[in-house]
Ligand binder design. Structure first.
Ligand SMILES: *Cc1c(COP(=O)(O)O)cnc(C)c1O
Length: 457
């Protein structure tokens, strides 16, 4: 069970014997940062144990503060499709940094990235922001501004149970991702957040994912009041959920009611194809949101669509949206380098699919051998192994997973040098840096981990 160079050998210590520095850093962090982390799911709350503080990342691996190296399946939660510390991306950032780090005035890289994004995705205009959260909240404001122009009563938006669109108030309603992890631990059915007034949440209508009849009914009853329907074209934030053709057809019917269809491709954009999930599944949204890969590991988000809609944004339109660091030259450079690499090597998507499908098949048969119920949802380089029996098409089905068994499996994998997402309700991500030997290494570790998951403490 060895990894050839450039991967260092996997840790040979027993799980948890060599986390002294991460533990010390976590103690210090908890004194000065809420929960010791700057984004909740990093805290290992649902799987237990000490979060590893990462010192460096290279290719498909992460190395922690104690010097242990892990095969990484998080990819910084999506952005690192080329693997960590990719030379083309690193060099682009270094080169950009030599000319200054922020201008507060337009610069050429913004034009280049906007030209590349619009060409690759078939949109007409795009506005850059600094996170996925900003992209979705700005797209919703734009949708209200645009549709409200002709019908001012359109103040409602629709989202789907278990979809996550960042942490703007109006979108923290029945949301997935870290909220779902917490809610499962609390046994709640409808996670939300403190600090969101019910009056805000009341403007967000919630429907079930993969329920075309439910969506049709909602649109029939309230379509004239709805400015936009926002959705994850493939869900990653309730674990991976794949949309049915009937559901995608129902989504496109909302346009006939005068609502805008907003594809939240923050996770799937440039991941499922160069044209994202929309390319893979033949979607025609009115607006699209991006994040993660579009910044190549630096903070970038974006939203875009037809010019007639995008021209409602300030300074030429009445919908205000701004950002001190929007279009930051270092972030644009990282995004440009990443998207250029993907365009140069479009076969990467076939390789990612092949690796990830083989990973899914391997996990399915290992779990069966171990006598553990497991359902794998996989598409392209996204995969969730749900610890449950039966198909998973929506939030309610995902929430039935045995999170305790998942937690034991996660810990055993981590001890064997495989860093899986520390939550049952997340997608893992395969990168272009993952190789055949990594697949073998993962499946060997997973086999032991399934035995460990079966043993109740
Ligand atoms: C990650 C994510 C977001 C939020 O992006 P941030 O950059 O974390 O604000 C929004 N939507 C989807 C689908 C995501 O996966």
């Amino acid at each position: 069970m060895t990894l050839p160079p450039p991967h260092p050998a996997p840790p040979d210590q027993a799980p948890g014997t060599s986390t002294a520095r991460s533990e010390a850093l976590f103690q210090r962090a908890q004194r000065v940062i809420p929960g010791g982390v700057n984004s909740p799911v990093r805290a290992f709350k649902s799987v237990g144990g000490t979060p590893r503080f990462i010192a460096s990342a290279n290719g498909a691996t992460l190395t922690d503060a104690d010097g242990q190296t892990y095969l990484d399946y998080i990819g910084s939660w999506g952005p690192m499709i080329l693997g960590h510390n990719h030379p083309a991306v690193r060099e682009a950032i270094v080169e950009a940094a030599q000319s200054g780090t922020s201008f507060g005035a337009p610069s050429e890289r913004e034009v280049l990235l906007a030209e590349l994004v619009t060409r690759l995705t078939g949109t007409e205009k795009v506005r850059f922001v600094s996170s996925g959260t900003e992209a979705t909240m700005s797209a919703l404001r734009l949708a209200r501004g645009f549709t409200g122009h002709s019908s001012p009563e359109r103040k409602y938006t629709v989202k789907f149970r278990g979809n996550y669109h960042g942490h703007a108030d109006a979108l923290l309603v029945e949301a997935g991702s870290g909220l779902m992890t917490n809610a499962a631990a609390l046994g709640q059915a409808a996670p939300s957040s403190a600090g969101v007034p019910p009056e805000y949440a009341a403007l967000t209508l919630v429907a079930d994912y993969n329920d075309p009849a439910g969506l049709d009914r909602l649109i029939q009853e309230r379509g004239h009041e709805i400015a936009a329907v926002i959705f994850e074209p493939v869900v990653g934030n309730a674990g991976v959920l794949i949309p049915s053709a009937e559901f995608l057809a129902a989504l496109h019917r909302v346009k006939a009611a005068g609502a805008l269809l907003i594809a939240d491709e923050v996770m799937t954009g440039f991941r499922l194809s160069l044209r994202g999930a929309s390319g893979l599944l033949n979607l025609e949204p009115d607006l699209t949101c991006w994040g993660k890969i579009i910044g190549g590991g630096l903070p970038v988000g974006a939203y875009g669509g037809r010019a007639e809609i995008m021209d409602f944004v300030s300074p030429i339109g009445p919908v205000y949206q701004a950002g001190t660091l929007s279009g930051n030259p270092l972030a644009m450079a990282a995004g440009l380098a990443t998207l250029r690499e993907l365009e140069r090597d479009p076969d990467i998507y076939t390789r990612l699919e092949r690796y990830t499908a083989a990973l899914g098949e391997g996990l399915t048969s290992l779990a069966a051998e171990a006598g553990l119920p497991l359902t794998v949802n996989q598409i392209g380089s996204m995969l969730t192994a749900f610890f449950l029996e039966g198909e998973v098409h929506d939030y309610g089905q995902a929430a039935r997973a045995d999170t305790a068994a998942f937690g034991r499996w996660f810990q055993a994998l981590l001890g064997a040098g495989v860093y899986w997402a520390p939550s049952q309700f997340e997608s893992i991500f395969v990168s272009g840096a993952h190789r055949e030997v990594d697949l073998d290494f993962t499946l060997t570790a997973a086999k032991q981990a399934f035995s460990a998951a079966k043993e109740r403490p």
